[in-house]
Each structure stands twice: as C-alpha cells, then as structure tokens.
Design a binder for this molecule. Structure first.
Ligand SMILES: [Cu+2]
Length: 173
C-alpha cells in the first residue's frame, strides 16, 4: 500500500494516464500504475513512492506535450517540441527543443546540454549530442537518463542570451 498526499493526486493520475498511453513502454516504467491514490491514511512522511519513484517530488516538472520552461535569467524560453520516448523515460532520450530570446526571436548560438541527478550528485555517463538547426530548434540526441530518480536536464546558451533552462523529470525504474 502506498499513501499519496492529496496534493499529489493530480500528478499521479497524470503519470498513470501517460503510462496507459505508452503501451510500448516496459511495464517497469509504469510501476506507479498499481498505486491506490484513494488510500485514506494520512501522509505522515516520505512514502514508498517517494523512495522508489520520486512521483511526489515537487521539483519535477509535470510532463505535457510542448512543455515550456523559462531560463533562470529570464533571457531564454524553451519549448520541448518533441521527445522520444514521451514522456522522458529511463535510457536514451531524443529531444527537439525550440529556444527564443526575450523578444521572441529564435536563439541560434551554441547550446550545451547537461543531464544531472541532484540527489545523487552525478551527471549522466555520456554527453548528449546537440545539433543546431539554425532556426531556433535544436536536435538533442542520446540524453542518457540511465537510472531511476530525479533528473535535471540543463540547457545552457551563451552569448547575449546566455541562460540556463532546466527541465526536471522523475524517471521511473
Ligand atoms: Cu543517480
């Protein structure tokens, strides 16, 4: 039995719906689908789900298609226009992002992508391969989210639009 705080139910339901939609995903990637969000017991602390899946972690973004994030410096806005698998999952992920500056113009400069697990204090084992399309979109291949837990994928631009955009996802086992 896993106990969910009421405020986490919407996210859990979203996760379950996404899992249902991802019929090709391994069953292990959808381990939360057997949870019982209507459990009546109060949430007295970290739950089983927190320990194994970070599904209640408020640092994690709630996944949607075309998920938009603003940079820390408010100089860049990012949209995750495509991601395979969707939502991001354990293993190799392939993203397309679109970057615009504060005026809405496309950002076309160099982009560095760094996956990192803040709770474990380590980066990914390999560097993603970033290709600028020259129109504000970037192809980001081989984002290796190799273990379950919270991952932060930081997109760093340089030049006049230097900024860091952080996507955070709870990756299931
Ligand atoms: Cu780790």
């Amino acid at each position: 039995m896993r106990h969910q705080a009421p405020t986490s139910r919407a996210r859990l339901v979203a996760v379950r719906l996404l899992c249902v939609a991802s019929l090709a995903a391994p069953a292990a990637a959808c381990s939360s689908s057997n949870d019982t969000p209507d459990a009546a017991a109060p949430d007295a602390g970290p739950s089983d789900a927190d320990a194994v899946g970070c599904v209640n972690d408020k640092r994690a973004d709630t996944y949607t298609a075309n998920l938009a994030k603003a940079g820390k410096a408010q100089k860049v806005n990012a949209t995750l226009t495509a991601d395979d698998p969707a939502p991001p999952a354990r293993g190799l992920n392939h993203w397309t992002v679109r970057l615009t500056d504060a005026t809405g113009a496309p950002v076309t400069g160099a982009l560095t992508v760094k996956p990192y697990m803040p709770d474990h204090g380590h980066p990914s084992s390999t560097q993603p391969v970033v290709t600028s399309k020259g129109d504000g979109t970037y192809d980001i291949a081989a984002i290796n989210l190799f273990m379950p837990g919270l991952w932060q994928v930081t997109l760093s631009t340089d030049g006049p639009s230097a900024d860091d955009v952080v996507y955070s996802f709870c990756i299931q086992g």
